[in-house]
Design a protein around this ligand. Structure first.
Ligand SMILES: N[C@@H](CCC(=O)N[C@@H](CS)C(=O)NCC(=O)O)C(=O)O
Length: 209
């Protein structure tokens, strides 16, 4: 197996933390997004979606969605499960993870990519050049401001995002909270459960404060 990734970017980090937690090591190739290497002809042959990460299997199959890669690796390395063990836990992890991805991760990405020069004409990842829509910055901010108190309420009654067990939904929320700093957002002071969860999640992942 070979993992194509770019360590500083948030979607690759989702997978890196998943692998680190489970002690999985895979040969890795860095695709430098600062040099737009994800758009080169060479990388398009690996992943025509022009995104990182992508996992190339020994038979040539390429998985290019973080959640799919994690499911595959969880099957190969079942110790320290991060995607649930019972049918209900599995459904809860996927549901909460999807919730985090749609309501928070996409909101931050929208705020980041629809303003400034770095993403001009690159408002969406992928092979297409897509113009920025500045109004989406405000929409992303509203979406995020709505999502955080909701997550805070969830964490008032649950230790971890998906319930009793630390899971991939926690990893994605942690990556999202750190990604928020890229658009100068942070957990509001009155979201105390979310604040406490953040400290616990970092400790669980061995991330120093
Ligand atoms: N659908 C992918 C999204 C991956 C993604 O968007 N990765 C970003 C890096 S965080 C990327 O490759 N961006 C390429 C670009 O901006 O051109 C997944 O969830 O794995």
């Amino acid at each position: 197996m070979k993992l194509y990734t770019y360590d500083p970017a948030p979607n690759p980090r989702r997978l890196t933390l998943f692998m680190q937690y489970k002690g999985i090591e895979i040969e890795t190739v860095q695709v430098d997004m600062m040099k737009a290497e994800q758009l080169t002809e060479e990388y398009r042959k690996v992943n025509p979606n022009c995104t990182v990460p992508a996992l190339q299997l020994d038979d040539g199959t390429v998985l290019s969605e973080v959640i799919g890669i994690c499911m595959y690796l969880e099957g190969l390395y079942p110790d320290k499960p991060l995607l649930g063990t019972t049918p209900l836990e599995k459904a809860q992890v996927i549901s909460w993870d999807h919730n985090v991805f749609l309501t928070m991760m996409m909101a931050v990405a929208s705020m980041l990519r629809n303003r400034g020069d770095s993403f001009r004409n690159r408002a969406l990842p992928g092979p297409l050049d897509v113009p920025q829509i500045p109004e989406l910055v405000e929409r992303g901010r509203l979406q995020l401001e709505h999502a955080m108190p909701q997550m805070d309420a969830r964490l008032a009654d649950n230790t971890w995002v998906a319930g009793e067990h630390f899971s991939f939904a926690d990893i994605d929320l942690l990556v999202c909270v750190d990604f928020m700093a890229w658009v100068k957002q942070s957990i509001p002071a009155d979201c105390t459960h979310l604040q406490a969860w953040y400290a616990s999640a970092k400790a669980e992942l061995g991330i120093s404060a």
